[in-house]
Write a protein that binds this ligand. Structure first.
Ligand SMILES: *[C@@H]1O[C@H](CO)[C@@H](O)[C@H](O)[C@H]1NC(C)=O
Ligand SMILES: *[C@@H]1O[C@H](CO)[C@@H](O)[C@H](O)[C@H]1NC(C)=O
Ligand SMILES: *[C@@H]1O[C@H](CO)[C@@H](O)[C@H](O)[C@H]1NC(C)=O
Ligand SMILES: *[C@@H]1O[C@H](CO)[C@@H](O)[C@H](O)[C@H]1NC(C)=O
Length: 449
């Protein structure tokens, strides 16, 4: 006969027995995996505008192409690239934007970070159970510490090092390292960097820096160079460039009426976001010296049509500068082109110009890649790592100030042999594409087979 107290125990056991599958199959998976499917899933996290993060977009497309489910988190300010929207394997999760209010800079920064922490935590929670979290650094705060905590859900962390967050901030704050925000930033970056399962860097120089200064292990860092996107292609030999210049709607009204590429006139292009680290004044200065050379020494110098694309805080200042000068041989136009027209413009030009100087000296400017991808030799403001991409007299020319830029311009536009050589170099570089470098770098880390 079963006593009453035994009965209680037995029913308790039965209850526990019944709850185990409930816990095991429903609750715990719910907590750990959320609503993931059977596909491999990767979260891409960028604390920036998705439309302006080409490298993260390529990551997304590449993962998708390999059959992964991609959760793409970032700000959605400008229009998203169509390839991302149309890809069924990619879901975009917008981070709510924070509207700055008047008040102290520090206070608004703290408020912004607090809101970001809240938004990121919520998003990561909804996406729990993913296999990988790939984040771009910088921005570092607050995403890196959160990503580190997120590893406890079993998600592996990949940091894609575009640059060093603290060195960018340092530039914003006028160069001193000892501002408290910068020091905090440096400590966070250095400390939490250790928690990544995998590291990717944009240059060898960046890899060496991480190994030597942050003490990361060199074996487990892969260099993944940026590459131009598929839409940046050289103009096919068979195309009639002259006719296209006269018919493409975004450009035909901008060229001076007597401008003639058959007589050797040249088109140059630079793109910029008009920030303090890109001095468009150097280019304008060089063009003014060019005007001077034309007036005083050499009436044979070709005409130069110079396009400056982009927008940003210092734009008006340069627009005014251009208006105030009387141009004879050069014409400068400021443009803001759609994502479709920009590659078209590039491939119609003769040379690209880059005024980018890197805050850490460890990254390469995307625009040079797009120019080379379009088959344009690039005249670039020099800094050490640039050698990893651009070699003087092979696929471009380098300069350090406006005089040298002016000399390079004269060389570049007058001497057709130089153009041929550089163009050949650029076309070779143009064949180097994202797909194959992505596969080899991600394969090296054994994330894909
Ligand atoms: C989406 O993933 C599937 C595999 O699940 C793959 O076959 C397909 O090519 C991917 N789609 C795109 C647009 O890459
Ligand atoms: C912030 O201050 C500026 C002037 O300092 C003012 O024009 C603007 O309306 C203020 N914005 C808000 C949201 O209070
Ligand atoms: C990234 O760096 C951390 C810190 O040294 C290291 O533990 C991890 O193994 C590295 N991963 C790769 C893939 O380099
Ligand atoms: C990568 O290669 C595939 C075909 O192999 C192509 O469909 C895709 O557009 C390429 N992606 C990029 C970003 O070039």
């Amino acid at each position: 006969m079963i006593e009453e107290s035994h009965l209680k125990w037995v029913s308790l056991l039965i209850a526990v027995y019944l709850t185990v599958p409930l816990l095991g199959y429903i609750l715990i998976p719910y907590l750990l995996y959320g609503n993931r499917s059977t596909k491999k899933r990767v979260i891409l996290y960028v604390l920036g505008d998705i439309g302006h993060s080409p490298r993260m977009c390529y990551h997304a497309l590449s993962f998708s192409e390999h059959g992964w489910q991609v959760e793409f988190c970032g700000y959605v300010e400008d229009a998203l690239p169509r390839s991302i929207v149309e890809d069924p394997n990619i879901t975009v999760h917008a981070i709510p934007t924070y509207r700055g209010r008047n008040g102290s800079k520090l206070l608004s920064m703290v408020r912004k970070v607090a809101l970001q922490i809240f938004a990121i935590t919520r998003q990561l929670w909804e996406l729990r159970g993913s296999d990988y979290l790939l984040m771009q650094n910088p921005p570092t705060i607050p995403i890196l510490p959160l990503a580190m905590l997120y590893r406890f859900t079993g998600c592996k962390l990949i940091i894609d090092w575009h640059n060093l967050g603290y060195s960018i901030l340092q530039m914003k704050f006028g160069g001193s390292f000892w501002h408290p925000i910068i020091v905090i930033h440096y400590i966070v970056e250095r400390l939490f960097a250790k928690f990544a399962t995998y590291n990717l860097t944009v240059t060898k120089a960046m890899k060496n820096y991480l190994v030597n200064s942050f003490g990361l292990s060199s074996k487990r860092i892969a260099v993944l160079y940026d590459r131009p996107a598929a839409q940046f292609q050289p103009l096919p030999e068979t195309c009639d460039r002259d006719r296209m210049l006269k018919t493409e709607s975004f450009i035909k009204d901008l060229l001076p009426s007597d401008f003639d590429i058959k007589k050797g006139d040249k088109l140059i292009v630079t793109s910029t976001s008009f920030t303090a680290d890109e001095d468009i004044g150097v280019l304008l200065g060089a063009l003014k010296i060019y005007e001077n050379s034309y007036e005083k020494f050499d009436q044979e110098l070709p005409r130069i049509m110079c396009f400056i694309t982009g927008k940003g805080p210092l734009k008006q200042k340069y627009v005014d500068q251009v208006m105030a000068y009387e141009w004879h041989r050069c014409k400068v136009e400021f443009l803001w082109l759609s994502a479709e027209d920009y590659p078209k413009l590039l491939r119609l030009c003769d040379y690209g110009v880059s005024l980018h100087t890197s805050s850490s000296g460890l990254d390469l400017p995307m625009k040079i890649l797009d120019m080379l991808g379009s088959g344009l030799p690039v005249i670039a403001s020099n800094y050490p790592v640039l050698d990893e991409l651009l070699q003087h007299n092979v696929n471009g020319l380098k300069f350090i100030d406006r005089r040298e830029l002016h000399e390079s311009l004269i060389f570049a536009v007058k001497d057709s042999e130089i153009y041929k050589t550089l163009r050949k170099g650029a076309l070779i570089e143009a064949e180097n594409r994202w797909n194959s470098s992505w596969e080899s770098a991600i394969g090296e880390l054994k994330i894909i087979q």
